[in-house]
Design a binder for this molecule. Structure first.
Ligand code: GUN
Length: 293
């Protein structure tokens, strides 16, 4: 049976380090790390994520502000808010929860965020830095950064000689994951919905990262024996066995099948999810240190 990678425990270690670092910065310079989270509309999943980001920021001793705007907020009003946060010296990190309502140009909003406050790592400047190896001054997207920390716990920092397959090519996970694995010397393939014979490709992976958003798509017999499996998916599915109308969270990997074959695997929930929030806190305190000089 595979080792279960305890993302909750690793995330708690990261958060503890962030809290200590934020306290030290405040004691030395008077600067309190400030994180602003912006949400537009009433998507229930987004509301849950935003609430937990705010809670964690307070746990870290941050100045935490949440801007919850109605669904019909105009793009101009959102632009004005971002410009205000960019100019606010008490704010070191700005996170705009995605997706935004259809009438707002998401790309435009992301590119308006000051790259030095872009703790999501979505701005072209930060994407470009990651792609060219300027990681020391970049912000790396939180989910891939957290996934790398979990991989590091099992395999160490140097992935020389390892084959990695990333399933999913999103800007938020797949593409930055490719860059991080490559920077760690893995040999990386990015697969997606148009890939031929995905099961066979997955079977070549010493490290398999699943980020497709399809519940339990990746089966146990797609996995190379002993592989490290990182399941980024968070999907809510009906769970009639728990009672009428009940649901449960599952990943993109069929966990029960996969854990019989893999060497190590992240559970859902309790794997990558908590790491995403922990890395957001880490990016925020790093931003505050940079601002404090
Ligand atoms: N929506 C889903 N994942 C993310 C994320 O990492 N950052 C933001 N801002 N929105 C998201």
């Amino acid at each position: 049976m595979a080792e279960r990678i305890d993302g909750k425990a690793v995330a708690a270690e990261v958060v503890e380090k962030v809290r200590t670092a934020a306290d030290a910065l405040r004691a030395k310079t008077g600067v309190q790390t400030g994180l602003a989270v912006v949400i537009v509309g009433e998507d229930p999943a987004s509301q849950v994520y935003v609430a937990s980001k705010g809670r964690k920021a307070k746990e870290c001793g941050f100045h935490s502000v949440e801007h919850a705007l109605p669904e019909d907020t105009s793009e101009d009003d959102l632009v004005a808010l971002i410009e205000r946060l960019n100019a606010d010296p008490a704010i070191h990190g700005i996170l705009v929860q995605l997706p935004l309502p259809k009438h707002i140009d998401e790309g435009r909003i992301i590119q308006l965020i000051d790259p030095d406050k872009d703790v999501d790592g979505f701005h072209f400047i930060n994407v470009g830095k990651l792609g060219t190896g300027e990681v020391a001054t970049a912000f790396v997207p939180c989910t891939p950064a957290g996934s790398m920390l979990l991989i590091e716990r099992v395999l160490g920092r140097d992935l020389s000689g390892k084959t990695a397959v990333v399933v999913g090519r999103s800007n938020i996970v797949g593409k930055p994951m490719f860059n991080l694995l490559l920077a760690a010397n893995a040999t990386v393939t990015v697969a997606h919905s148009r890939t031929a014979d995905l099961p066979a490709l997955c079977r070549t992976a010493d490290i398999l990262v699943a980020a497709v958003g399809r519940p339990q798509m990746i089966k146990g017999d797609w996995i190379k024996p002993g592989a490290v499996v990182i399941d980024v998916g968070i999907n809510r599915i009906p769970a009639p066995e728990r009672g009428e109308g009940k649901t449960r969270l599952v990943g993109d990997v069929d966990f029960d099948g996969a854990e019989k074959v893999a060497g190590a695997i992240t559970p859902v929930p309790g794997g990558v999810g908590p790491m995403t929030i922990a890395m957001l806190m880490a990016n925020s305190v790093v931003s505050a240190y940079r601002a404090a000089g």
